[in-house]
Design a protein around this ligand. Structure first.
Ligand code: SF4
Length: 217
């Protein structure tokens, strides 16, 4: 590995470990994963006794191809969008996701003080993150760590996550055209719900994997 890459990884490892410590202080079960492969191994292990695994829209998880790996192991995967899924079926799946055995999702941001910050459109990603599934695992790439306030985390999401997401989904929002947030009033606006998990939700089995690799956006 070139020295520069090694040093960058080393610096990020320190940042990830500090984030894990802060999350633990906030009562989350948090783990450091050196790679996305290690995160996949953890998830597959935790999915051993799960029949239904739901996946909240996440480019991080898509990059990890975790759905395929779980399908190969006989799991029923609940995703609300995709070829052949009608809007009615999508809604039924979103409801089933709330009571699945294992819920997997990403997080738009995590602060160095150990808070998870997310912006959602429908709520079927941030809802089960707080309550519902028997177990939830949130995967966070190192690029999502924000060394500042909740406000900075929200800014990160509107600057870096929402515009490419709106573009990917072919939504008619200003950010999908310009790449910049315009605090729009578009019917397609994806920024509708902001959640901040300051401490682990009381009755949830919520695990957080902080991965020393860029994942999603
Ligand atoms: S508020 Fe509107 S323009 Fe801003 S990031 Fe969200 S969807 Fe895009």
């Amino acid at each position: 590995m070139p020295k520069t890459r090694e040093m960058v990884d080393w610096t990020y490892e320190k940042l990830c470990l500090k984030t894990v410590q802060a999350l633990e202080k906030n009562e989350f079960t948090a783990l450091f994963c050196p790679t996305a492969v290690a995160a996949c191994e953890y998830i597959i292990n935790e999915a051993a006794d799960a029949d239904t695994v739901a996946i909240g829209g996440s480019m991080s998880l898509a990059e990890m191809k975790i759905a395929d790996q779980l399908k190969e192991r006989g799991k029923t995967i609940l995703v609300s969008k995709g070829p052949g899924i009608t809007p009615e079926q999508g809604m039924a799946i979103r409801r089933r996701q709330l009571t699945c055995d294992l819920f997997l999702c990403g997080s738009n941001a995590v602060t160095l003080s150990g808070c998870l910050v997310n912006i959602d459109n429908t709520g079927n990603r941030v809802g089960p993150m707080a309550f519902g599934p028997r177990k939830s695992i949130v995967v966070i790439g190192r690029n999502k760590i924000v060394g500042g306030s909740i406000e900075m985390a929200i800014k990160r999401i509107k600057d870096r996550a929402a515009p490419p997401n709106a573009k990917r989904l072919n939504y008619e929002t200003p950010c999908a055209a310009t790449g910049f947030c315009n605090d729009c009033a578009s019917p397609d606006r994806i920024c509708r719900i902001i959640t901040i998990l300051e401490k682990k939700p009381k009755r949830s089995d919520l695990r957080i994997l902080v991965v020393n690799q860029d994942l999603g956006y």
